[in-house]
Design a protein around this ligand. Structure first.
Ligand code: ADP
Length: 169
């Protein structure tokens, strides 16, 4: 009888934890998809201990790509970049975990692969800035905006992964 409320409390705790866990938007751009790097990229986030809570494949329209990159609309490469993002299938994902926004950027590496450290996704797998294979939100506000641009709330799942107790202790 005593164990029951304790278990219920623990379950509630986990739900609260899951609800508050940080999320980021990650996309494998058309070059990453065409080069067969989907599993390689997913594997790096997965092995780190982050949790996949949303995923789909889509070809964004040019208008959609412009919305995604709206913060860069004054940059000279904006048009080429929007054309490129809409040139083929993109894998759109939401990853969850402690510090996933900031650490996701570390896994990805610097914007220009020439400046990305070996061991990062862009450092290991890309050569030029215009074909740097992956996108990741650069902060909490962009993460929130990008997740809601690419996903409907019902396309994201909250679940407990049994490995979490070994990842977070
Ligand atoms: P990040 O993707 O690392 O957050 P930015 O938000 O600054 O970088 O730029 C978005 C994307 O625009 C980059 O990932 C890259 O594909 C492209 N880009 C950035 N700078 C250039 C550039 N000088 N020439 C061409 N493309 C660029």
């Amino acid at each position: 009888l005593l164990a029951l409320p304790a278990a219920a409390f623990m379950l509630q705790d986990q739900e609260v934890l899951a609800a508050e866990m940080e999320r980021t938007f990650i996309a494998i751009k058309p070059d990453g998809v065409q080069r067969g790097l989907i599993s390689e990229i997913i594997s790096r986030f997965e092995r780190k201990g982050f949790k996949l809570v949303g995923i789909k494949i889509m070809v964004p329209s040019k208008g959609f790509a412009q919305k995604h990159y709206h913060a860069l609309k004054e940059r000279p490469f904006f048009n080429g970049l929007s054309n490129f993002l809409s040139s083929g299938p993109v894998i759109a994902m939401v990853w969850e975990g402690e510090g996933v926004i900031r650490y996701g950027r570390k896994l990805i590496g610097a914007t220009d692969p020439q400046n990305s450290e070996p061991g990062t996704i862009r450092g290991d797998l890309a050569v030029v800035v215009g074909r740097n294979i992956i996108h990741g939100s650069d902060g909490p506000e962009t993460a929130k905006d990008e997740i809601s641009l690419w996903f409907k709330p019902e396309e994201l799942v909250s679940y407990t992964n049994n490995a979490e107790k070994w990842i977070y202790g």
